[in-house]
Design a protein around this ligand. Sequence first.
Ligand code: COI
Length: 360
Amino acid sequence: MTSYTIHENVHEALHNYEMPEKLGFGLSPGPVMYSVSYMDGMWGEGVLEANRPIQIQPSAKVLHYGQEIFEGMKAYRVDQARANLFRPERNWQRFNRSAKRMAMPEIPQQLFMEGVYLVTAYSEAIIPAASGQSLYLRPFMFATEPSLEVTGANQFVYMVIASPSESIHAGTMKVLIERNDTRAAIGGTGAAKTGGNYAASFASRQRAMALGYHQSLWLDPVNKKNIEELSVMNFFAVIKGELYTPALTGSLLEGVTRDSIIHLAQSMGVRVHQQPLNIDELIRQIQSSDCSELFCCGTGAILAPISALGEYDGTEYQVKYPDGKLSLVIRERMLGIQECRLEDPDHWVEWIPEEYYPTA
Ligand code: COI
């Protein structure tokens, strides 16, 4: 049985909400948020309320030891009255894998989804309706236990916030090969969706942006030879008409979009290889045009073609199809399913159960 509270300020928040003129990605908070606490080994009762600043103690463990995990999901409402989700159980499963790695409590599917359902259902009217736009949903959990003791916390809060958004990158990207720093260690937290992985990527991203690139391309932490991912996205190459993506090594994130693309490409008759991708070998294949296309993907970014890889010394490797070719076909197929414009043979689309909608 579901048991949660809808705070009385929710309706006013929805009524007063003004859609931002420029959406961008994750720039403007939606009107409502969901939260539920965990204490003494038990989850409490969830609350949906108006979006507001939250209070935690300055000694809350998340602020000192980074015990935090999150997910990225989207609700779509393109040319339809009701909002839909895309493979949400995958996000719940990954959330719990991240929780385990970060010594945090796993969350029951029903509770994880309750937050996602309530925030989506109550925000439905403000979900932007153009193709490529969505309500970006951010479920997250953090340690609130007020103690500087260096042990895993025993108090946590799980929350869901949202932001009406466009995709992270519209158009083609340029990517800088990061040959110095690495993102995650073998046996580390690279496969967990935890804030520290992203914080560890910012210095490199800043250097990349200063050189005119959009993202850094991370290499493996041992030999700095095999491609891993791009922090906010997984990486793909089209080589001789077949798709290649780095195998999951434990130090890169298992993307829901990555998995969906592999599946869709296979269903289109494209061979997909999940294996180590050596950067120097790939550069040779780009130069010989055996590699005709590169792209990256993620929930926020959907799928973006990569026009070129670059080095810190200014060398650039341009791909044959800088704006994508096969990648655009896959993107359209996936986005079409996500936005309910195309048939959904694998039943990836899910609807919000009626009981979570506000009563009139
Ligand atoms: C997403 O694509 O949803 C992500 O989680 C990546 C980034 C926005 C942190």
